[in-house]
Design a protein around this ligand. Structure first.
Ligand code: SF4
Length: 381
């Protein structure tokens, strides 16, 4: 799908100017973000990962042609654009080639995310960060918390933060300001089950994908109707629905993955860039992309009849918060099958019993036998 580069240039102009004025972090907070999931493969496997990334995921990343096409589409949105993963630097040579081509085409992303595992020493860190700056990136986002520092030495994060601030300026390095000693403490928390439990309960990540599999046990089980909003779902919002994350204006992030899926920050697929664009999806309202999106936007993770009002009207059995694991493969299925009468529908019950699987099946446009319209696992809890 060839689109005029002028759309991307027009879209990125205001974002570029705001970044120059305010810095990457503040501009990103104001304009919100859009990113490439360059690969689902990662150097590590964090327990809180919302995308199931880990070393064993398929050896697949976006080609240079995909990167150019997708960056062009994302810059049209007028958001702050980034490259994420997985760990994109895992494929450094190919990534470097793609970033060089993007820079030459006026499509450089504004920043790249990394878990800093590459930074074995100062020279290695500086070499890559200087390369990114030379290819037009405004800055970087660096991950640090107990989940990352369970795998990545704190000194690697601290090294990249120090050098990145030198190269890009503090306003363009998106990461915690916690002192180095506190970063070291993250690793200690990850090693201590009691402290990790307390951390998960105090700062619950969004409980989807790997986080659902590996962290839900640290949280209390609640009926959906009584689920506290801070317990791993919608914790920033005052309502049980998810509309804030589904409205084009307020949605924090939108992605394109290596299989051409357009998807939300909680991994729900909204379409394929082989058939539509993120701009078209946002213009139509992401909540209208398919019935799963509509259910989540309007009623939250309980789905039809699972919300507080519906459940209290009916009384009786309701899905448990941590059992509402939607693993939906057929986007043409009518919404009423999700959770009828406050209970998980037949399709949901069957899918709940199925194990979560890796990314190999996340292949768009290739329906499974007997499943027309299948577009990969859509996982939420
Ligand atoms: S959270 Fe980030 S660093 Fe951790 S496994 Fe997922 S993609 Fe990799």
């Amino acid at each position: 799908m060839n689109r005029p580069i002028t759309d991307a240039a027009a879209g990125r102009g205001p974002a570029d100017r705001l970044i120059a004025e305010l810095g990457l972090v503040r501009a990103g907070g104001r304009l919100r973000v859009a990113g490439l999931i360059y690969t689902y493969r990662c150097t590590i496997g964090c327990r809180h990962c919302g995308f199931g990334c880990r070393p064993g995921r398929p050896d697949v990343h976006q080609t240079t042609a995909q990167v150019l096409r997708n960056l062009r589409m994302l810059h049209e949105l007028g958001r702050v654009v980034h490259v994420a993963g997985g760990e994109a630097m895992l494929y450094w040579d190919d990534l470097a080639e793609a970033l060089t081509a993007a820079h030459e085409a006026g499509l450089a992303p504004h920043f790249i995310e990394t878990n800093c595992s590459f930074a074995a020493d100062d020279a290695a860190a500086r070499r890559r960060l200087e390369f990114l700056a030379s290819r037009g990136l405004a800055g970087v986002l660096l991950s640090a918390d107990p989940y990352h520092q369970e795998h990545v030495g704190p000194e690697r994060f601290c090294r990249v933060r120090r050098i990145a601030r030198e190269i890009f300026g503090q306003a363009n390095v998106w990461c915690t300001d916690a002192p180095d000693e506190r970063i070291g403490e993250f690793a200690a928390i990850a090693r201590d089950e009691r402290r990790l439990r307390a951390h998960v309960r105090e700062h619950p990540p969004v409980i989807v994908c790997t986080a659902y599999q590996r962290l839900r046990g640290y949280l209390d089980d609640h009926p959906v109707a009584e689920m506290p909003l801070e317990a791993g779902w919608g914790r920033r919002y005052a309502t049980p629905d998810c509309m804030v994350e589904w409205s084009a204006e307020t949605m924090w992030e939108i992605h394109i993955d290596p299989y051409d899926n357009i998807q939300t920050n909680c991994g729900i697929i909204l379409g394929s860039v082989t058939r539509t664009t993120p701009r078209a999806v946002l213009a139509a309202g992401p909540e209208n992309a398919n019935w799963v999106a509509g259910e989540l936007a309007l009623r939250g993770p309980g789905g039809a009849g699972g919300g507080a009002a519906g459940a209290s009207r009916r009384g009786g059995a309701r899905p448990r918060a941590h059992q509402v694991q939607l693993l939906l493969r057929d986007t043409s299925r009518p919404a009423r099958d999700v959770a009828r009468d406050g209970r998980p529908g037949r399709a949901l019950r069957a899918l709940n019993a199925a194990p979560l699987t890796g990314g190999a099946e996340k292949t768009p446009g290739r329906p499974l036998p007997g499943r027309p319209g299948w577009s990969g696992p859509l996982v939420c809890s």
